[in-house]
Design a protein around this ligand. Structure first.
Ligand code: NDP
Length: 291
């Protein structure tokens, strides 16, 4: 069994980015610049933004965080996005979700300049993804594709089952896998909470990709022998035996599934480790178009 190591891959990608940024700065250019808009005090979001700050610094990308309280108004967020859109020194922008209840997230996303939308949330970028046109790839699905490619896991002519149909993970991931390209060309089935006979569908998968937000839901019974398993879920669950009183796990029961499959992404240290590296890659892509 091969453990697909996201930490190593993430470092590889960051090294590549760092090299490019250094050479741009040595050539007298500005550093790339990412803006992050966050509202409220969702702990997972705050942790994610801290991680973005740390990672941007590591590779030499500037990061500006526009932080608002949970009581923020829609107008204040729209103004912030407008300000970022107008600032030629800012190459990429992400709006961290979830936003507070009083905010219509679609309004905020649609206000973003699609050319700076490095998370690929804007309908124009999602549309390009559907059409297979050159566009930013959404960070988490992009991370999965990078892991498959760099571990030389063939997708062409394989049965891929994606469990989860969210707009930020499941759907775009399925779209990437089904693209008419040597890096994709898979036959893709998308499952969700209303799928009948989920277990049987999953056991048809050569590559099983899980993003359901349900800790350790996928057991060995859902997995074909020697399948590749990509676990996108991430959870902190109580564990009195652990030093910190909790442990991190995915949507897949790693211990039993890893005994049956050919390769698997661990949690932590799998897809999640590569997601931010892909966000940085998109920021660099946006920056390169700007010079
Ligand atoms: P959502 O809650 O938006 O979507 C979950 C999807 O899973 C839905 O389509 C839902 O179906 C489906 N689902 C839920 N339960 C079942 C079930 N028992 N059987 C089949 N399908 C089910 O979650 P996200 O896509 O945003 O995130 C999924 C997981 O990935 C979470 O654990 C999240 O933390 C993690 N994540 C990890 C990232 C990373 O970088 N590693 C980034 C983003 C998310 P239905 O549509 O019918 O409700």
């Amino acid at each position: 069994m091969i453990t697909i190591d996201g930490k190593i891959l993430s470092q590889e990608i960051k090294n590549e980015i760092s090299k490019t940024v250094t050479s741009q700065i040595e050539a007298g250019k500005n550093a790339p610049h990412l803006a992050v808009v966050i509202a409220g005090d969702d702990s997972a979001s705050l942790t994610y933004v801290e991680s973005i700050k740390k990672n941007t610094k590591e590779v030499g990308i500037l990061c500006s965080v526009y932080q608002f309280p949970a009581s923020v108004t829609e107008k204040e967020l729209l103004d912030a996005v407008d300000f970022i859109n107008q600032d030629d020194e800012i190459d990429g922008c992400i709006v961290q979700l979830p936003l507070p209840k009083q905010i219509d997230k679609q309004k905020i996303i649609q206000k973003m300049n699609p050319k700076k939308d490095v998370d690929c949330f804007h309908p124009e970028n999602m549309g390009k993804l559907v059409l297979g046109e050159k566009a930013f790839l959404p960070a988490t699905p992009h991370a999965v594709m990078e892991l498959l490619e760099r571990y030389e896991i063939e997708t062409a002519q394989k049965n891929c089952v994606v469990v989860g149909r969210s707009n930020i993970v499941g759907k775009p991931l399925a779209l990437l896998l089904v693209q008419n390209s040597p890096k994709a060309d898979a036959t893709v089935t998308i499952c969700h909470s209303k799928t009948k006979n989920l277990k049987e569908v999953c056991t048809q998968a050569d590559i099983l990709l899980v993003a359901i937000g349900n800790p350790e839901f996928i057991t060995a019974e859902y997995v074909k022998k020697d399948a590749v398993v990509i676990d996108i879920g991430i959870h902190r669950i109580e564990d009195k035996t652990a030093e910190k009183g909790y442990r991190i796990c995915g949507d897949v029961k790693f211990q039993e599934v890893s005994k049956k499959c050919k390769s698997i992404t661990p949690v932590p240290g799998g897809v999640g480790s590569v997601t931010i590296a892909c966000l940085l890659k998109n920021t660099l892509l946006s920056y390169s178009r700007n010079i």
